[in-house]
Design a protein around this ligand. Structure first.
Ligand code: TRP
Length: 365
C-alpha cells in the first residue's frame, strides 16, 4: 500500500526551535525520503478555534507565521501539500458522520482531552467543539487516507481514537478507511526542548522560546541568558549536566564536526561533558559554542524565510493551491464514505430503479 503522511499544527503562535527539533526537522527528512507517495502538512486553524473561538484574529495572524516557518525549514510545496484545515469543508462533513461512532464516555476517557481540559480550566463548561476535536482529528487523518502520522507523544491518544473510528466504520459499513499509525521521533534529544529558563516547556506566555523567526542577535542574546547549573559558580567548580539547558540543547544540535569547526580542543560532546563535570569549563564558553552551532543551523532557515517574506501573496497562493489539492482528495474519500453509508441517493441508479419498480407493482393490481 502507498504510504501517505499527514500531520499539522494549530496556528496559535510562531514555531520555535522546540518544534524544529521535535517535528519540523523530521518532516523535512520524511518529505525528502522518497518513501511516501504524498506528504500533507495541515495548518489546523479550525482545531485552533475550538479553544480560541473568541480570538479569531490570533488564529488568522498565525496562519502566515506558521506557513513561513514551514517553508523556511524546507517543507517544499513542490513535494508536500501545505494546506489550511478550514478550507476543506469535507472534513466537517466526515466529522459529523464519525460522531455517530463515538461515545461521550470514550471522549471523556481520552487522556489528551482530559489533560487539556485541565490546562484550560474548562472543567465545568467545555465547548462541544473542543470536547469532540478527537473526532475532527480523525477526519483530518482519514480524509487523506494517511498511513503515517508524525506527532509528539502527547498526541498518541488522538491517533488511537482515530484508529478505533476507522475500525468501527470499516466493520459496520465497508472497508474504505485506512488505519493510521503514529510516528514518534525516536531520539531522546528530539522529544522536547526546554525553554531557555530551564522550564520543561517552551511557551509564548513564559517568554522562554527561541523562535525560528528570531534574528541572529535575538538568538545570541537568548542563549546568553540560558539556564545552566546554578551550583557552577566558578569555572573550576564541577558542573552538572542534569537539568542543564545548554547541554540539553547541545544534545539536540551538536554534531562531531562542530568541534572541528568551533572548538577543536574537544573531539566530541562526551569529551566536553566529561571535562565540564570535572570542573574547568566555563559556562560562557559552552554558551558561545552552542550559539555558533544554533546560528549555523538557523542561518539558512532565516535566509529562506527572508526570501518568502518578500512575496507574501505568493505564500497565500501556495496555501490556496495546496488546499485545492487537499480538497479534491478529501472529496473522493467523502464520496466513498457516503457510498458506504448508503447516503448517496442521487448517484444510485439501482436504488431509484428498484423503488420505481416497487411502486409500479403497487399500481399494477
Ligand atoms: N492536535 C495537533 C496538535 O495540537 C494538531 C493536529 C490537528 C494534527 N489535526 C491533526 C496532527 C492531524 C496530526 C494529524 O499538535
Amino acid at each position: 500500500m502507498d504510504k501517505i503522511i499527514l500531520t499539522g499544527d494549530r496556528p496559535t503562535g510562531r514555531l520555535h526551535v522546540g518544534h524544529y527539533v521535535g517535528s519540523l526537522r523530521q518532516r523535512v527528512a520524511l518529505q525528502n525520503s522518497g518513501e511516501y507517495k504524498r506528504t500533507m502538512i495541515m495548518i489546523a486553524d479550525a482545531q485552533a478555534l475550538t479553544d480560541n473561538f473568541a480570538n479569531p484574529e490570533k488564529v488568522r495572524q498565525n496562519i502566515i507565521e506558521v506557513a513561513l516557518d514551514y517553508l523556511s525549514v524546507g517543507l517544499d510545496p513542490e513535494k508536500s501539500i501545505l494546506f489550511i484545515q478550514s478550507q476543506i469543508p469535507e472534513l466537517t462533513e466526515l466529522t459529523f458522520y464519525y460522531s455517530d461512532l463515538v461515545t461521550v464516555a470514550r471522549l471523556q476517557r481520552n487522556p489528551t482531552v482530559k489533560n487539556e481540559i485541565k490546562l484550560r480550566n474548562f472543567e465545568a463548561d467545555i465547548p462541544v467543539g473542543f470536547f469532540t476535536y478527537p473526532i475532527s482529528q480523525a477526519s483530518d487523518i482519514t480524509a487523506f487516507k494517511a498511513t503515517t502520522v508524525p506527532v509528539g507523544e502527547d498526541q498518541l491518544p488522538m491517533i488511537e481514537q482515530a484508529r478505533e473510528i476507522v475500525r468501527r466504520f470499516n466493520s459496520i459499513y465497508k472497508p474504505v478507511l485506512v488505519e493510521p499509525e503514529a510516528l514518534v521521533p525516536k531520539e531522546a534529544a528530539a522529544r522536547r526542548l526546554p525553554g531557555i529558563d530551564g522550564k520543561a516547556k517552551m511557551s509564548k506566555s513564559l517568554g522562554n522560546c527561541i523562535y525560528l523567526s528570531d534574528s541572529a542577535d535575538e538568538v545570541t542574546a537568548k542563549i546568553k541568558t540560558m539556564y545552566t547549573d546554578p551550583q557552577h559558580l566558578r569555572v573550576s567548580d564541577p558542573g552538572h549536566l542534569e537539568g542543564n539547558t545548554v547541554f540539553t540543547y547541545l544534545d539536540a544540535f551538536c554534531r562531531p564536526e562542530h568541534f572541528a569547526r568551533y572548538w577543536p580542543e574537544y573531539q566530541s560532546l562526551d569529551e566536553l561533558k566529561e571535562h565540564y563535570q570535572k570542573g574547568g569549563v566555563g559556562d560562557m564558553k559552552v554558551k558561545k559554542f552552542l550559539t555558533q552551532i544554533v546560528q549555523e543551523e538557523l542561518e539558512p532557515i532565516r535566509r529562506k524565510r527572508a526570501e518568502y517574506e518578500k512575496d507574501i501573496p505568493a505564500v497565500y497562493d501556495i496555501l490556496k493551491a495546496g488546499s485545492d489539492k487537499a480538497r479534491a482528495i478529501a472529496a473522493q474519500t467523502l464520496h466513498e464514505v457516503k457510498d458506504a453509508m448508503q447516503i448517496n441517493y442521487f448517484d444510485d441508479a439501482e436504488l431509484i430503479r428498484a423503488q420505481a419498480e416497487k411502486y409500479a407493482a403497487k399500481h399494477e393490481d
